[in-house]
Design a protein around this ligand. Structure first.
Ligand code: S3P
Length: 414
């Protein structure tokens, strides 16, 4: 249980958020499948990234840490060996889906498992394309849920049109495509985050980019590289909204990655009237319509944007985000419940929410559903709620942002 009290003073300070979770997973993966040594700095200490590190250790890769830096001794794809036990991906969908792509091409059997939340999340989206490439993946319950058993090897490139925009699915196919015979071509309905494509290039490989098409030739050799991971915009988002909501706040978040495939939150907050760069005057945010075109660039920031909407003037209509129902929790219903407990009028639809902004939030006990981003969003709501909030299971913030509550204490003036 964690109590966050209403902040009656402006927020103030300079903070650094942990390294980007998405980039962290990929740095560890590419360091492990490349030839030669890689050093990864500013990897988040969050549990998700650490699951990926442990997974590659289980697959026989030598990974050691020296202070803040991770050393990876890559021996190419052949350096990966059958793990002795099931690989535990914990809460991390990215670990499970990207590893599925890696293991689809390896000639041994692996079982990937996860916690209760991950065992409920859809895996058919990777099983289908990877099976078409020639791998054998079997899950439970209609073969679509974790644990997944993967028997890999002998892949062929495919042309695949993705039914949903998902960087995890795209990345799984690209990682399999790098091991396949021939070319793999993927079409996305909307450009999702491009960290895997950038990693392929960064590690000396080639990737074709043409609008919503990404292609990769199999059989490329990748070379070790040093990667410095920027701060995570999805983690910075909590503090951007806090500063935008609490009058006269001034927060500097240092060294945040602002990759254009991830910056939807900045565009939306600016549309709501926030001044992102610096001093935020006593201006109130405005309700906005957020359509499906922003989903891929903003996918992880909807919970915290829902808090911004709850205190904005007018309605905010969020649509086209059915995918949020398949995250670490059903984020549409988790946010509706949390906001209602804080006195907000919310209309929940299958693919989104309408949030009627209020001037104040009522303090209350709220539920995180064990979802790190719900817990952090509700904590920011607590700063603006009369009497604050009490969040259950708040330690789940450690999934992506173990220092979250310490940073919150740092910027809240006593
Ligand atoms: C991620 C992609 C997104 C995002 C997740 C991280 C990634 O998921 O929600 O937190 O690193 O590729 P989807 O691919 O399911 O949209």
């Amino acid at each position: 249980m964690k109590r966050v009290l209403q902040s009656k003073k402006p927020l103030h300070g300079e903070i650094s958020v942990p390294g980007d979770k998405s980039i962290g997973h990929r740095a560890v993966i590419f360091g492990s499948i490349a030839h030669g040594s890689s050093r990864v700095s500013n990897l988040s200490g969050g549990e998700d990234n650490q699951r990926t590190v442990q997974a590659f250790k289980d697959l026989g890769v030598k990974i050691s840490s020296e202070g803040e830096t991770l050393h990876i001794d890559g021996k190419g794809w052949e350096g990966l060996t059958a793990p002795k036990t099931t690989i535990d991906c914990g809460n991390s969908g990215t670990t499970m889906r990207l590893l599925s792509g890696v293991l689809a091409g390896r000639p041994f059997t692996t079982i990937l498992d996860g916690d209760q939340s991950l065992r409920r999340r859809p895996m058919q989206r990777v099983i289908e394309p990877l099976s078409r490439m020639g791998a054998n993946l079997v899950g439970r319950e209609g073969r679509e849920l974790a644990p997944l058993e993967i028997n890999g090897g002998n892949l062929k490139g495919i042309e695949y049109s993705m039914p949903i925009a998902s960087a995890q699915v795209k990345s799984a196919i690209l990682l399999a495509g790098l091991q396949a015979e021939g070319v793999t071509i993927i079409e996305e309905p909307q450009n999702s985050r491009n960290h895997t494509e950038l990693m392929i290039k960064g590690f000396g490989g080639e990737v074709g980019l043409d609008g919503r098409h990404v292609s990769v030739q199999g059989g490329q050799t990748l070379h070790g590289k040093d990667v410095r991971i920027p701060g995570d915009i999805s983690s910075a988002a909590f503090f951007l909204v806090a500063a935008a909501l609490i009058p006269a706040s001034r927060i500097v978040v240092r060294r945040v990655g602002v990759n254009p495939t991830r910056d939807g939150v900045i565009e939306i907050l600016r549309r709501m009237g926030a001044e992102i760069e610096l001093l935020n005057a006593t201006m109130r945010l405005k309700g906005v319509e957020i359509g499906a075109e922003l989903v891929a660039r903003t996918i992880d920031e909807y919970p915290i944007l829902a808090i911004a909407a709850a205190l904005a003037e007018g309605d905010t209509v969020i649509s086209g985000v059915k995918e949020l129902r398949f995250k670490e929790s059903d984020r549409i219903s988790a946010m509706s419940e949390g906001l209602r407990r804080l006195g907000v009028d919310v209309e929940e639809r299958e693919d989104g929410l309408t949030i009627r902004g209020r001037e104040t939030l009522q303090g209350n006990k709220v539920r995180s559903f064990g979802d790190h981003r719900i817990a952090m969003s509700l904590a920011i709501a607590g700063l603006c709620a009369e009497g604050g909030v009490e969040i259950d299971d708040a330690q789940c913030v450690a999934i992506s942002f173990p220092t979250f509550f310490d940073l919150l204490d740092e910027i809240c003036l006593p």
